[in-house]
Design a protein around this ligand. Structure first.
Ligand SMILES: [Zn+2]
Length: 252
């Protein structure tokens, strides 16, 4: 017997299926990541027509059968549209990268309404910030925590010397830093200087509501996107492929 599930959701990706249908992947508030078939969506008079786009929050109703991998979409309504490009066109790229990160790191199921709401807040804050990188980096830090490997930049793992440290070694395996006196012989590490450590620690401590005011005066040049995705990759069993970020102009 079918049960109906009503949930808010974000579309992560869609793939054409047979003549006129699509298989959709959503991240939903009530059911986590789910696969759904939208039957007949490509027919001209489909009631789903035009609604199933990315970067909008949707309310979807599914006919759910237990023991089935793909559920059936029965209704969809648009709740809210996101306009990350409002302040800068590049912010669209960061929004798509965040959706790719969700798609590639979360398994099916495992709903978490708090994390779902946080994801909405991240997409909304891309409409407000003047530099979208702050949202991407913040999201990467919080995604690491959500997945169970929160990085720690506040003090040396061994002697507990606090910031500011002149420089330190960040261990990908431990997710913590070691000051130059303590750093044991390790593989998979990055050296971070004092400014970079302080920056990452300060960003991680922010409340997400304050991201638009976050001072993004960057200490030197450091590719935090590369650093944080490398850290994520170290802990995932498959490498990330963030196609969206390849659309960024060189040097961003
Ligand atoms: Zn130490």
């Amino acid at each position: 017997m079918n049960e109906l599930l009503n949930t808010r959701a974000l579309l992560l990706k869609s793939v054409r299926f047979q003549e006129s249908s699509k298989i959709l992947t959503f991240y939903s508030r009530e059911a986590g990541r789910i696969s759904v078939i939208a039957k007949g969506v490509l027919r001209p008079k489909s009631p789903f027509g035009g609604k199933l786009e990315t970067l909008r929050e949707l309310e979807i109703i599914l006919a759910v059968k237990e023991n089935r991998n793909i559920q059936t979409l029965t209704e969809v309504e648009i709740i809210r549209l996101f306009h990350p490009e409002r302040k800068h066109p590049d912010h669209m790229i960061y929004a798509l990268a965040i959706l790719e990160l969700i798609d590639q790191t979360l398994a099916e199921g495992h709903s978490d309404p708090v994390f779902y709401d946080f994801l909405q807040a991240m997409l909304a804050s891309l409409e407000e910030v003047s530099d979208g990188r702050v949202v991407l980096w913040y999201f990467l830090l919080k995604l690491c925590s959500f997945l169970g490997f929160r990085p720690r930049f506040s003090d040396c793992q061994s002697c507990r010397s606090p910031l500011p440290l002149e420089s330190a070694i960040f261990s990908f395996s431990d997710g913590t830093i070691y000051c130059s006196d303590c750093s044991p012989l390790m593989v998979n590490t990055r050296r971070l200087n004092s400014d970079q450590l302080t920056f990452l620690h300060r960003l991680q401590q922010q409340h997400h509501q304050h991201l638009p005011e976050f001072n993004l005066e960057l200490p030197g040049k450091h590719d935090y996107t590369e650093f944080l995705t490398a850290y994520l990759n170290h802990h995932l069993d498959h490498p990330l492929h963030l196609n969206a970020l390849e659309m960024l102009p060189a040097g961003r």
